[in-house]
Design a protein around this ligand. Structure first.
Ligand code: CA
Length: 223
């Protein structure tokens, strides 16, 4: 899953990016509202952490512009003060959740997990598909209760597909959501990773849809 952090405080920006990367996300960052708005408008993010007090263009305006343009990604706003009017303005502009500063990083991580899950239509932290289970909280993957060891890229790939269970995901979409903007992207490598992942899982849930992409679905529904 690929996230955008828009925060002008350099220390806080660095801490957020690091914590989210450590949690297995691909993260892009911006330090003012204009840059943040541009990235959110042109790159396909699965979620955004948006500070409200930003230089050049404030967070509420950034969010309003995205929503007016039809950008639907879930947005967690950071409010500098615990002022109710900031939160109201943020929610009215289209925010999905908020965290008031100062915050504990664990809370931000938990809220991001919940946002991503909800936007994919899942109610709990465990995503399942037949014998396969992926816990978004512990980043643990099991098949029939037995843990499967994955590399971070394999985990990101599986996590993205599990969040979009039952839908066909193209290689291009996977590349866009598994690597950050600076990465030299090559969609051919995705096929290699899918092959490895399928082998490690050992169950028939990860399907190649010829000419279209990949899809995770229950083994009995296999096409
Ligand atoms: Ca700020």
């Amino acid at each position: 899953m690929r996230l955008l952090v828009v925060e002008d405080d350099p220390d806080l920006n660095r801490q957020l990016v690091q914590a989210l990367r450590d949690a297995g996300y691909v993260v892009d960052k911006a330090t003012d509202g204009e840059e943040g708005h541009f990235l959110g408008d042109t790159e396909p993010y699965d979620g955004v952490i948006l500070d409200l007090g930003l230089p050049v263009l404030d967070g509420v305006s950034v969010l309003e512009k995205w929503r007016r343009a039809g950008r639907k990604m879930p947005v967690l706003i950071l409010t500098a003060r615990d002022r109710w009017s900031d939160k109201v303005a943020g929610f009215d502009a289209g925010a999905d959740d908020y965290v008031a500063k100062p915050f504990h990083m664990e809370e931000v991580l938990a809220r991001v997990r919940a946002l991503l899950r909800r936007s994919a239509g899942h109610a709990t932290s465990e995503l399942t598909c037949g014998p396969l289970a992926l816990d978004t909280k512990s980043a643990r993957v099991t098949v029939d209760g037995t843990a499967v060891k994955l590399t971070s890229l394999e985990f990101r790939l599986l996590s993205y597909l599990m969040h979009h269970k039952g839908k066909v995901v193209s290689r291009t979409e996977l590349v866009e959501h598994l690597y950050d903007q600076d990465f030299d992207r090559d969609s051919n490598t995705i096929e290699v990773f899918v092959g490895r992942l399928r082998k490690k899982l050992g169950v028939d849930v990860l399907h190649t849809i010829r000419g279209m992409g990949y899809c995770i679905s229950e083994p009995e529904n296999a096409g």
